[in-house]
Design a protein around this ligand. Structure first.
Ligand SMILES: Nc1ncnc2c1ncn2[C@@H]1O[C@H](COP(=O)(O)OP(=O)(O)OP(=O)(O)O)[C@@H](O)[C@H]1O
Ligand SMILES: [Mg+2]
Length: 373
């Protein structure tokens, strides 16, 4: 594998050398999969769910324990599109012959599904489309895919990332269809992951929902500073650079332990001509300036009350007792009932998070930008 010029990745997964910690979560995942348990991995945004899943799948595949299918359904709008994404991933894994054509077994499968196969004129890659089917047809299609995968000699693991997306489909019974798919193929292991933590936990923990208690839940938290610090120091040292512990602490605090933000600051500092507190301040400012046009659009979509509550929370960093007299008057907010309903909307939309008695802005860098206003 090619060595990276800058060891702090801002996208995806590129081998264990560039991946910090998560030993415990990897063990948990492996234990669940080995023992026939399906898994839900959930976390606040950008903590490293997708990277963790990819590391897990790649390592287990390398050790020849499993065969993995990874699907991101973020861009899908209905069940048919989700199934198309699944078929594409199955094709990628099992559909190709050594000369690049489609294998006979896979051709037979898509023949039985009634999907239309076309090749992208630009990339030459196959793409599949199914007419928007009534849900019964979707069930049949998923069943055939499941049967195809159940025939494999190795343990097949299907990881569906951004799984909360299915709650936005307009059709009915989508959760039941996917639950049925999972249940009908006990020899296939499933990992569901999602970046909207509330939607994910509700789907798997509410009694009336089809997925209730059907999976083991793993909640991904921040990488602890004790683990991140040596990782960062080592990568700087390997390039003949030195970074002071105080700077690492500042990076971690400013990022509120969010993996993406830590990676971003480290990446920029690593590439800078000097490594100092002053440089770090400069970098933070430039990040906020760069994101400003995007963040300012939020003001237009929020009500005035919501915007003011959001600002107040961002200024506090972690806010407590947001409807108390003290908080209201400190931040010049309206009556507590107005603040309460604004807060509710912000939390429902995951703009604000409430955890362990504290409110904070979900997107770390957005929160930092708001605090500067
Ligand atoms: N353990 C890790 N060590 C180093 N970098 C990591 C680690 N986990 C994730 N990253 C990096 O952090 C960033 C965010 O990771 P990732 O996209 O996996 O998070 P996510 O939780 O899936 O985010 P989202 O909520 O947007 O789906 C990426 O740049 C990724 O490369
Ligand atoms: Mg992700």
């Amino acid at each position: 594998m090619k060595k990276l010029e800058n060891p702090f990745l801002l996208l995806g997964y590129y081998g264990p050398a560039y991946f910090c910690n998560r030993e415990e979560e990897l063990l948990q995942l492996s234990d669940h999969i080995k023992n026939g348990r399906n898994v839900v991995l959930y976390a606040w945004r950008r903590l490293g769910k997708s990277a963790l899943i990819n590391r897990f799948l790649q390592e287990e595949e390398k050790s020849e324990n499993i065969e993995a299918i990874y699907i991101d359904i973020m861009a899908t709008e209905n069940t048919s599109q989700a199934i198309e994404a699944i078929i594409e991933a199955v094709c990628e894994k099992y559909g190709k012959t050594q000369t690049g054509g489609l294998s006979a077994a896979f051709q037979k499968l898509i023949g039985s599904l009634g999907v239309t196969l076309s090749f992208d004129s630009f990339t030459g890659l196959p793409s599949f489309s199914i007419a928007a089917h009534p849900s019964q047809q979707n069930e049949i299609t998923l069943n055939r895919i499941g049967e195809f995968l159940s025939d494999k000699k190795k343990q097949v693991v299907i990881a569906i990332d951004e799984f909360q997306q299915i709650t936005s489909y307009e059709e009915k019974n989508v959760e039941a269809i996917f639950r049925q798919f999972m249940q009908s193929f006990p020899s296939i292991r499933f990992i569901f992951s999602g970046s909207q933590r509330n939607l994910m936990t509700q789907m798997f923990l509410e009694k009336k929902r089809p997925f209730y208690k059907s999976c083991q839940l793993i909640s991904l938290e921040s990488i602890p500073l004790e683990k991140y610090q040596p990782f960062i120091e080592q990568h700087f040292a390997e390039a003949g650079k030195k970074i002071e512990p105080e700077i690492i602490h500042e990076i971690y605090d400013w990022s509120r332990g969010q993996t993406y933000s830590v990676q971003l600051l480290c990446n920029l500092l690593f590439g800078a001509n000097e490594i100092s507190q002053a440089k770090l301040e400069e970098i933070k400012k430039s990040i906020l300036v760069q994101e400003a046009p995007f963040y300012s659009s939020y003001q237009k979509i929020l009500t005035k009350a919501q915007w003011q509550v959001l600002l107040a929370i961002a200024r506090e960093g972690y806010a407590e007792k947001v409807t108390s007299k003290k908080f209201l008057s400190k931040h010049n907010l309206a009556a507590s009932s107005t603040v309460n309903s604004a807060l509710k909307t912000l939390i429902n939309n995951e703009v604000v998070v409430f955890e362990d008695g504290k409110y904070f802005v979900h997107e770390v860098i957005f929160g930092r930008w708001l605090a500067t206003l």
